[in-house]
Design a protein around this ligand. Structure first.
Ligand SMILES: *Cc1c(COP(=O)(O)O)cnc(C)c1O
Length: 367
């Protein structure tokens, strides 16, 4: 069986360096917000090209802290509407509603899977204060169009970059640096993955960064002095040291992903399915390689029987989840079609060329 993703292999690839990082961490005697977090924050902000990086506990927390910080600044307030693509992972939408803002679900573009530019203007009301763009599956959202719209309507542009570490826009900016503030997840399966939970916020806004530094650590400014009500959302020192090891390999891993994606695009017989739309390969880091088929469930079973494990990202759209019953009456046909048709096939830097050939052959023979 070709596994969808073998995390043990992913980390074994860096075993010696990870063990050394743990040993140094153990010997440091400093286990929370020490040198490793600080160094990782500096390295990741230089990588993204932003002035600030604040290490936090997860991708969801990164998003929530951004919204919470804008509330502290008086830029956002309870009940404000935030436009968000309806087909994203539920965490993007949870982040909005968990802090008392209202997620407005916007249909995606079926070709790119990202927020539908033409649908955004229809969704804007006088309560709209922000757009939360998501680089779904590793493909950047339409950076130019979202920047133009957010300027024209005076909206914040927030970036959910949890699936797109290292993607580069047409004008040469990295994900994390194409918005007012960006959230990253370093969940173990992501392109840059820790060995546990971890996340980060990147931004060029000094005032915002200062508030997020406080919010992640009880709202404190110095020891036992608290200016605002905060949380415990710190990036773990050990995870920071692992992330420093793995960041060095992010670009080469992304290039392997692009190479495999290109090979799939050129070699899979797509008569019975739609392959991902790729125009500028630098704007995509192929966190997932997602195909669409009207016979998705049949295709998934067929692939499994032929030794290829696949996943569905995601089987149930947020507006049909029990947790979001208040959306039960809305109809989002493009989102629903996507959830019924998508299938993610294995694509990661540890796939060898015989796995890749086998996957191409099996998929191409699906009738
Ligand atoms: C993984 C993910 C998140 C959440 O990250 P966690 O670290 O698991 O909290 C948010 N948004 C998207 C698009 C994701 O893929």
């Amino acid at each position: 069986m070709i596994k969808f993703l073998d995390l043990k292999l992913v980390n074994e690839d860096h075993e010696a360096e990870l063990k050394k990082a743990f040993e140094d961490f153990l010997n440091s005697g400093h286990y929370i917000l020490g040198e490793q977090v600080l160094k990782f924050e500096n390295e990741f902000s230089s990588y993204c090209g932003t002035k600030y990086c604040i290490g936090v506990s997860s991708g969801l927390d990164a998003l929530q802290l951004i919204f919470q910080a804008y509330k502290e600044m008086g830029v956002l307030s309870i009940g404000n509407e935030v436009l968000v693509p309806a087909n994203t992972y539920i965490a993007s939408i949870l982040a909005v509603s968990n802090v008392g803002l209202k997620p407005i679900l916007v249909e995606p573009d079926i070709k790119t899977f990202n927020i539908g530019i033409s649908k955004i203007e229809d969704a804007i009301t006088d309560k709209t204060k922000a757009i939360l763009g998501v680089h779904l599956y590793g493909r950047l959202y339409d950076v130019n169009e979202l920047e133009k719209l957010s300027e024209r309507y005076n909206l914040l542009l927030i970036e959910d970059a949890a699936q797109a570490h290292g993607a580069v826009s047409a004008d040469g900016r990295k994900s994390g640096n194409v918005s007012d503030a960006a959230a990253f997840s370093f969940y173990p399966t992501k392109n840059l993955g820790a060995l546990g939970d971890a996340g980060a916020v990147t931004t060029n806004d000094e005032a915002l960064a200062e508030i997020i530094y406080k919010l992640r650590n009880y709202g404190r400014t110095s020891i036992y002095k608290n200016d605002i009500k905060g949380y415990n959302c710190r990036l773990d020192e050990l995870q920071a040291s692992f992330l420093r090891v793995k960041l060095k390999y992010l670009d080469s891993d992304n290039n392997i992903r692009r190479k495999i994606a290109k090979y799939y695009l050129e070699n899979i017989n797509s008569n019975n399915m739609v392959l991902p739309f790729v125009d500028d390969i630098n704007q995509h880091v192929f966190h997932l390689f997602v195909i669409r088929s009207e016979k998705r469930d049949e295709l998934k079973d067929y692939l499994y029987k032929n030794g290829v494990e696949t996943f569905i990202h995601y089987p149930i759209p947020v507006h049909q989840q029990e947790a979001y019953k208040r959306y039960a009456n809305i109809s989002l046909p493009i989102t629903e079609q996507i959830h019924n048709e998508v299938l993610s096939i294995p694509l990661n830097p540890l796939l060898n060329s015989s796995d890749v050939d086998r996957i191409v052959e099996v998929i191409s023979n699906f009738k």
